[in-house]
Ligand binder design. Structure first.
Ligand code: GLN
Length: 507
C-alpha cells in the first residue's frame, strides 16, 4: 500500500505545498488504490460510478504548477476529492444513480464543484448513491450497491455510501455528499469516517439534483474533523444562484477544529438527547456512545440530559415532507428534457412517452416516494398528511430552540445500529427508514450536525458514530467538540483504513 493514501488531506496538502511530493503523485496513488480495490462492481468497494483519471491528472499538474509558481489556489490545492453523483459536473456524467438520467451531460458545474476547481482540488470521479439520494444503504442505486470497507458483505450506509466508503477505503482523502435526512452522517458513522451536514442555506445547493429542497444540504466527508472543516470552508458561503443561500458569514469552522484539538471543553454544555437511546439501539452502539459521553466529561464539558419530546415525530414527518417535495422535484424528468426517452417511435403521444420513460427509468423506491408524496399533497389529504407533518416540524424546531437555551451542543449516537448486511433491509422500507432516526431532526430544523467516529461496537467490531448537533449558524461549536473528542479518543476507533484487513481476507 502506498503511504500517501492513508494520510489526511491536511497532511497531504502540507507535503504538496512544501513540494515534498507532487499533487500528480498523490493523485496517481489514489487512482491506483481505486484500481486495486474499487472493482469489480460485484465484489469490490464499488464506490465510484465514474472515474476521470485524465481530468484528475491534468488538474493535479495545474495545481503543481501553481504551487511551483508560489500561487497555490487554496490551502487544499492539489488534494484529490470524490463527488457524489447528484452534483452536476460539465466534464463527467451525472446520473443520480438513476437510469432516467442515462446519457445526460449537465451544461453547468454545481457551485460547490466550481468552488473546488477554483480552489485547486483534484476531482477524481463521481460516487455511488441511492437513486436520487433516497435510501440509507446505497442498495437503491440503479448500478448496484457500494460495499463497506470494514466488511464487504455490509452496507456502507446511504444515500452517500459511495462517498463515505471511498474515504474509508483510502480511495480519496475527501468527498462531498448531500444530506437530506442523514445521507452524509449515517454513511460516515457506519464507515468510521467524519460526515458533516452544515447549517441549511450555508452551502449552495445550485447544481445539486433536488430531492427535498427544504431539507437538502451539501457537506464534507473526510477522515478527520480538521479535513472536513478545511473542505467546508472551500464550499461554503453565499451564492446568488441559490435563492435559499444565507448571507451570514460562514462560521469559523477551521479555527474551531484547531481550537478543539487542544483538548479543552471546559465551559461547554453538552446535552444528551434522552429520546435517542433504549429500545431498538444496538448494545454495542450504546456502549460506545456512553464511553464518548465519559470522554467529553473528562475534557471538561458539562454533560446534562435533555428531553426533546417531539423528536419522536421526526421520522413520520420526514417521510411525508421529503416524498412530497420529491414528487414535485422529480416531475422535471418528463422524457423531454433529460436523459432517457422510451417509446419515442412515432406511435406514442407525448404523455405516453412520459409515462413509459418514468416507468422504465425510475426504481421502486423512487416510485414509492412519488406516490406517497403525490398522495400527501392531494386536495383530500393535504391537511391530514402534509399539513400535519409541517406542524410536527414546527414542534421539532421548538424542541431544538428550548434545548439550545441550556446546551451549546446536543449529542446522540448517529445511528441506532452499526452497518447491516447487504440485503437485510432491502425488502423492508420501514426498517430501512429507521437508520435515520437520529439524523432527521436536524434536517427538519435546518441546524448544523456532524458525525465523528466513536470507536468500535463491542458486539460486532464495526464503527459507531457520535452525532454532535449545534444551532443554526453555530457549526463551529460542533467542530470544536468533535475535534476535542477525536484527539481524546485517540486510536480507540481502530485503524483509519480498515480495508486492508477486510479486502485482503475477501480476495
Ligand atoms: N435515508 C433518508 C431517505 O431515504 C435520507 C436520505 C438523504 O439524506 N438523502 O430519505
Amino acid at each position: 500500500m502506498n503511504e500517501l493514501i492513508s494520510l489526511d488531506a491536511a497532511e497531504l496538502a502540507r507535503r504538496i505545498h512544501a513540494r515534498e511530493v507532487s499533487s500528480v503523485d498523490v493523485t496517481r496513488a489514489h487512482l491506483e488504490r481505486i484500481e486495486a480495490v474499487d472493482g469489480p462492481a460485484e465484489s469490490g468497494v464499488h464506490a465510484f460510478l465514474h472515474l476521470d483519471a485524465d481530468g484528475a491528472l491534468a488538474a493535479a499538474e495545474a495545481a503543481d504548477r501553481a504551487i511551483a509558481d508560489g500561487t497555490p489556489a487554496s490551502p487544499l490545492a492539489g488534494v484529490p476529492i470524490a463527488l457524489k453523483d447528484n452534483l452536476t459536473t460539465t466534464d463527467m456524467p451525472t446520473t443520480a444513480a438513476s437510469r432516467i438520467l442515462e446519457g445526460w451531460r449537465p451544461p453547468y458545474d454545481a457551485t460547490v464543484v466550481a468552488r473546488l476547481r477554483a480552489a485547486g482540488l483534484v476531482p477524481l470521479g463521481k460516487t455511488n448513491l441511492d437513486e436520487f439520494a433516497m435510501g440509507s444503504s446505497t442498495e437503491n442505486s440503479a448500478f448496484g450497491p457500494s460495499r463497506n470497507p470494514w466488511d464487504l458483505t455490509r452496507i456502507p450506509g446511504g444515500s452517500g455510501g459511495g462517498s463515505s466508503s471511498a474515504v474509508a477505503a483510502g480511495e480519496t482523502p475527501l468527498a462531498l455528499g448531500s444530506d437530506t435526512g442523514g445521507s452524509i452522517r449515517q454513511p460516515g458513522a457506519v464507515t468510521g469516517t467524519v460526515g458533516v451536514k452544515p447549517t441549511y442555506g450555508t452551502v449552495s445547493r445550485y447544481g445539486l439534483i433536488a430531492f427535498s429542497s427544504s431539507l437538502d444540504q451539501i457537506g464534507p466527508c473526510a477522515r478527520s474533523v480538521l479535513d472536513a472543516a478545511l473542505l467546508h470552508e472551500v464550499i461554503g458561503g453565499q451564492d446568488k444562484n441559490d435563492q435559499t443561500s444565507v448571507s451570514a458569514p460562514l462560521p469559523p469552522v477551521v479555527e474551531a477544529a484547531q481550537a478543539g484539538a487542544r483538548g479543552d471543553l471546559s465551559g461547554v454544555r453538552v446535552g444528551v438527547v434522552t429520546e435517542f437511546s433504549g429500545e431498538g439501539y444496538q448494545p454495542g452502539v450504546l456502549g460506545a456512545f456512553t464511553d464518548a459521553v465519559r470522554v467529553l466529561g473528562e475534557l471538561g464539558a458539562e454533560v446534562v440530559e435533555v428531553s426533546c419530546p417531539s423528536f419522536g415525530y421526526a421520522l413520520p414527518a420526514y417521510y411525508l415532507i421529503a416524498p412530497s417535495e420529491a414528487s414535485s422535484n422529480l416531475a422535471r424528468f418528463d422524457a423531454m428534457r433529460y436523459g432517457l426517452r422510451v417509446g419515442d417511435d412515432g406511435e406514442h403521444a407525448a404523455d405516453e412517452v412520459m409515462s413509459l420513460t418514468r416507468e422504465a427509468g425510475f426504481g421502486a423506491e423512487v416510485k414509492r416516494r412519488i406516490m406517497i408524496g403525490t398522495h400527501a399533497l392531494s386536495a383530500g389529504s393535504y391537511d391530514a398528511l402534509y399539513g400535519k407533518a409541517q406542524k410536527a416540524r414546527t414542534l421539532i424546531v421548538r424542541d431544538f430552540t428550548a434545548a439550545f437555551e441550556t446546551c451549546d451542543v446536543l449529542i446522540s449516537p448517529t445511528t441506532p445500529t452499526t452497518a447491516f448486511p447487504i440485503g437485510e433491509r432491502a425488502d423492508d422500507p420501514l426498517a430501512m427508514y429507521l437508520a435515520d432516526l437520529c439524523t432527521i431532526p436536524s434536517n427538519l430544523a435546518g441546524n448544523a450536525a456532524l458525525s465523528v467516529p466513536c470507536g468500535l461496537s463491542a458486539d460486532d467490531g464495526l464503527p459507531v458514530g457520535l452525532q454532535i448537533m449545534a444551532p443554526a449558524l453555530a457549526d463551529d461549536r460542533a467542530y470544536r467538540v468533535a475535534a476535542a473528542y477525536e484527539v481524546a479518543r485517540g486510536p480507540g476507533a481502530g485503524p483509519r483504513i480498515p480495508e486492508l484487513r477486510a479486502l485482503e481476507t475477501s480476495r
